[in-house]
Ligand binder design. Structure first.
Ligand code: 5GP
Length: 142
């Protein structure tokens, strides 16, 4: 049974993409911890970090870095970024398709890890995705 992220990557389920190529993709988390919360996902479905080839991990982290830059460029209120990667159910991993969370932080946002984000309208996710995607394309073209 393919993971929910594989189903998104195969266009069976909707998502608000900011980037996709043959190795990595990124889309907005459906329950963002903060506005702009983005997931970076290898196209190859592996549950555990241990099974991800290092060269693909490098692509995931490089895209995570670019997305952090793009989020900061599109929203000056973002003054920090958290990365989160949960490897295994005991580490809090819910979707068994390894992924990197890129979580924008704003002064006084009050985020405490361990909670759940709130379900967000697709239009809001699409709006964020479009803004990040625009900055990302500019950056990656340089
Ligand atoms: P994990 O706990 O596995 O590190 O994180 C899974 C993340 O995937 C959660 O933040 C959750 O909100 C997000 N998520 C779960 N299902 C979907 C979905 O169908 N679409 C999107 N865009 N995100 C999802």
């Amino acid at each position: 049974m393919p993971s929910i992220f594989t189903r998104i990557l195969q266009n069976e389920l909707p998502a608000s993409f900011v980037h996709r190529d043959e190795v990595v993709a990124a889309f907005l988390d459906i329950q963002p911890l903060t506005p702009g919360h983005t997931l970076v996902v290898p196209v190859r479905e592996v549950a555990s970090l241990s099974d991800l080839p290092p060269e693909i991990l490098a692509r995931v982290t490089a895209l995570g870095q670019e997305i952090g830059l793009a989020i900061r460029a599109t929203d000056p209120s973002v003054t920090g970024i958290n990365w989160l990667l949960c490897d295994g159910p005991d580490a809090g991993q819910e979707v068994p398709h390894i992924h990197l969370h890129v979580i924008p932080r704003r002064k006084g946002d009050g985020l405490r890890f361990g909670g759940k984000g709130s379900k967000t309208e697709r239009a809001d996710l699409d709006d964020w995705a479009a803004r990040i995607e625009t900055c990302l394309k500019d950056q990656m073209a340089k």
